[in-house]
Design a binder for this molecule. Sequence first.
Ligand SMILES: Nc1nc2c(ncn2[C@@H]2O[C@H](COP(=O)(O)OP(=O)(O)OP(=O)(O)O)[C@@H](O)[C@H]2O)c(=O)[nH]1
Ligand SMILES: [Mg+2]
Length: 359
Amino acid sequence: MQIKKFTAKTMAEAMTKVKQELGDEAVILNSRQVKTGWFGLFASKQVEVIAALEKEKAVTKPRRPDSVRPEPTSAPASAPTPSPQVPSTPRMVGGTAPRLHSSLQHIDALLSTESFAEESWEETLNELYYTTKSVEVAERFVYEQVKSSFIDPPEAKRYVMLVGPTGVGKTTTLAKLAAHFKLTEGKTVGLITTDTYRIAAIEQLKTYAEIMSIPVEVAYDFHDFKRAKQLFARKDIVLIDTAGRNFRDPAYVEQFHEHHDFTETSLSLVLSLTSKMKDMDMIYSQFESLPLSSLIFTKADETSDIHAMYRMVKKSDLPVAWMTDGQEVPDDLIRGDAEALTKRLFEKEGWARWTKQGV
Ligand SMILES: Nc1nc2c(ncn2[C@@H]2O[C@H](COP(=O)(O)OP(=O)(O)OP(=O)(O)O)[C@@H](O)[C@H]2O)c(=O)[nH]1
Ligand SMILES: [Mg+2]
């Protein structure tokens, strides 16, 4: 990635410069107002823009002499001194030590986690840091990268069906959704459960439904399922609870396809953030052949490490419809828009946690 700093009198002028030098594909990483002049004399406001371009797309190969180049071997004099409390968890690449400038150790620590193993942002981050001398700009870059991987979830379709392994929180989340659609969105809601393995599972859903005065139908077979759908023909939204084990059986899934049109269904895979990464991968592979439209992450409150969510989103290319962070129905439910999820990820992991502890 090629990164350059542009200064101009106005934003429009700066953008023209960016366009001329880097072309239409350039991405603006940061912009701010700066003052020039000495001690207020002849001071004028200028706009400073940091723009970047993927290397292979660069339109002007030889850099102008005034462009800022990284000095890989020596740190700039104005670079902030690293905190002594910075945890030393440098990622080892082929046995070598940290790849990021010492002021960016907290970012290095985050990137060292399994969820970010696929990313190779080091060169860009170092270049960005040498260009701007700003830790904040580097942090912003990571924030924006994460945010851009979250797609805002589409509107729920008429049928919302939750699938996923046992105990991840499907029924609890469905009850939260029922409350959300009824109370917040003012929709009419019906509930169908196809999880008939345990009496307790049916009772659990019925209890929630009763509290919220929402009708619930139990479907023991596809005939019941069809009947339940007919009963709810006038409802705005129909929420369907399932048993994880059914959806691992290809014959059952095939039968389900025969009896239900998935094009009018928001089918969400529910994953618990408390699961190990390997298990999450395995669960995903068991469900990925279904026409999934989104992911739902539960139990964000039970772990300090929610960035597994980032990796699963990258892996699946699916939006996150919802995230849940507690057992309270209907409160502990967060809509999965990109800004909310990214904020949450960084609040929780927080740069504070990764490094600036005690600074
Ligand atoms: N801490 C926490 N617990 C949750 C959350 N969501 C669900 N739970 C709890 O997880 C447990 C299992 O939830 P269920 O909703 O029964 O899970 P399920 O996927 O329907 O389980 P099965 O029907 O057995 O497959 C319950 O004790 C819930 O209260 C959450 O966001 N945070
Ligand atoms: Mg359940």
